[in-house]
Design a protein around this ligand. Structure first.
Ligand SMILES: [Zn+2]
Length: 179
């Protein structure tokens, strides 16, 4: 695995990613981990290349042909080898030098807008009364007006985050893929 070809923290933090449709699951997690990640659904290769070039995004793909077209067109691309979510995240982290900002800074998994930590009073009416009662800290997407909290999915998100971190340091993930 290639490590940190792009030097400098600032670059990685402001890096925009454009992922192809084979990486749909990874997009949501990248956003939760704080990365600026857009998802390109149902677009032709030529349109993807244009979108990446216009927005200055790195085109992240599982498609070897698309990656080679990227190189030919002079568009910055990154080829993901693994089929496993945790490994894909680790590959991107290392290969692109990403600095995940989870759990301090996260983005909306649905729309990529940065989330804001808000008090309970701000999400009244957006979440069920029992959730409102049970949690104190909420994160709000002001773009799609969705509230997030450390509920039942949190454990799974944290597990995937930790697995990706371990894998990116070259430590095998003991939990997943054992069955
Ligand atoms: Zn949103």
């Amino acid at each position: 695995m290639q490590r940190f070809p792009y030097k400098g923290k600032t670059k990685a933090l402001t890096m925009k990613l454009l992922l192809d449709e084979m990486l749909k699951k990874a997009v949501r997690f990248l956003r939760i981990f704080g990365m600026d990640a857009e998802f390109a659904e149902g677009r032709k290769d030529s349109e993807l290349l244009k979108a990446a070039r216009d927005s200055g995004a790195v085109l992240v793909t599982r498609d070897a042909e698309l990656y080679s077209n990227c190189v030919k067109a002079g568009v910055r691309g990154f080829f993901v080898k693994s089929n496993e979510l945790e490994e894909q995240l680790a590959e991107m982290k290392n290969g692109l030098g990403l600095e995940f900002t989870f759990p301090e800074k996260t983005r909306c998994p649905s729309c990529n807008n940065p989330l804001e930590v808000v008090p309970r009073s701000e999400v009244q009416g957006l979440v069920k009364p029992n959730v409102l009662e049970q949690y104190e800290k909420f994160q709000l997407c002001r773009k799609c007006n969705k509230a997030y909290w450390e509920g039942s999915h949190w454990k799974n998100i944290t597990r995937i985050y930790e697995a990706a971190e371990r894998l990116s340091r070259g430590i095998p993930d003991a939990i997943s893929h054992s069955t």
